[in-house]
Design a binder for this molecule. Sequence first.
Ligand SMILES: NC(=O)c1ccc[n+]([C@@H]2O[C@H](COP(=O)([O-])OP(=O)(O)OC[C@H]3O[C@@H](n4cnc5c(N)ncnc54)[C@H](OP(=O)(O)O)[C@@H]3O)[C@@H](O)[C@H]2O)c1
Length: 278
Amino acid sequence: MKILVSGCRGMLGADLMRVLASAHEVIGVDLEEVDITDPQAVEEQVAALAPDVLINAAAYTDVDKSEQQEDVAFRVNADGAAHLALACRAGRIRLIHVSTDYVFDGKAERPYSEEDSPNPLGVYGRSKWEGEKRIREILPEACLVRTAWLYGKAGKNFVKAILAQAGEKNRLRVIDDQRGAPTYTLDLAMALRSAAEKGLEGTYHVTNQGSCSWLGFAEKILELAGKKGVAVEPISTEELGRPAPRPGNSVLDCRKFEKATGMQLRGWPEALKDYLFG
Ligand SMILES: NC(=O)c1ccc[n+]([C@@H]2O[C@H](COP(=O)([O-])OP(=O)(O)OC[C@H]3O[C@@H](n4cnc5c(N)ncnc54)[C@H](OP(=O)(O)O)[C@@H]3O)[C@@H](O)[C@H]2O)c1
């Protein structure tokens, strides 16, 4: 298959390029080549490249800055997503679009399924939910993959932040009242390759298995990295006082994807070990 990846130099995009190249013809574009907020550029480039499948990993992903930059977040995450869907519809190209656990408000006391109604708390989540809705209207058969708490070698992420802080202090303060599933972008890239190969349509949740709080995630990072002398102190979301509200529980139920593909992502601690030492 010929697969076009938009956002190919982002954290997920970089792993997608690597994973897809082993079995497919893969072309990557990022902001420099195709700004997805420019409908004409998207239409022309997608038509010229004529892929069988387009996987969109391009997004405005700064959750806190989105609160001040609502117009930018919506231009990229909602308008940009719609431009890609229009280009795919025109070229009869299958679209796989990546979305987020932050479309949910986090009030449920169980993992969220694809049937649950989104109710995003912040601007970033609202812009991503708007992108999903716009894609569905334009291209009902598109594949939307919601994921969560990503870390990967190509980007700034929580694992790198904790290790950097552990190099400077012996006491870290980490939130313990948000729960999710840390997910390695390499594993997600393999799941997206499977979605492309199996021709999935509809909405799916995909994360590494299991869940933890940010504090639990930090403790596992420190344990695996052998940072025994570093203590982690729990703090609340309120105490940290970041600009954007975030869901308290954003664990996603991934059984629909597992049934459709026969593929279950490994547990998050095992994936983390592979990220650190693989
Ligand atoms: N990171 C997470 O924890 C997380 C969690 C759940 C879901 N997701 C979703 O997963 C996907 C991948 O996330 P990620 O963390 O890999 O993101 P990322 O590292 O921020 O990569 C996004 C890429 O999109 C590019 N981009 C930004 N604006 C663009 C535009 N107007 N036109 C074309 N490209 C543009 C960025 O370029 P610049 O760097 O030059 O701006 C970057 O290369 C996104 O859809 C995100 O919403 C992420």
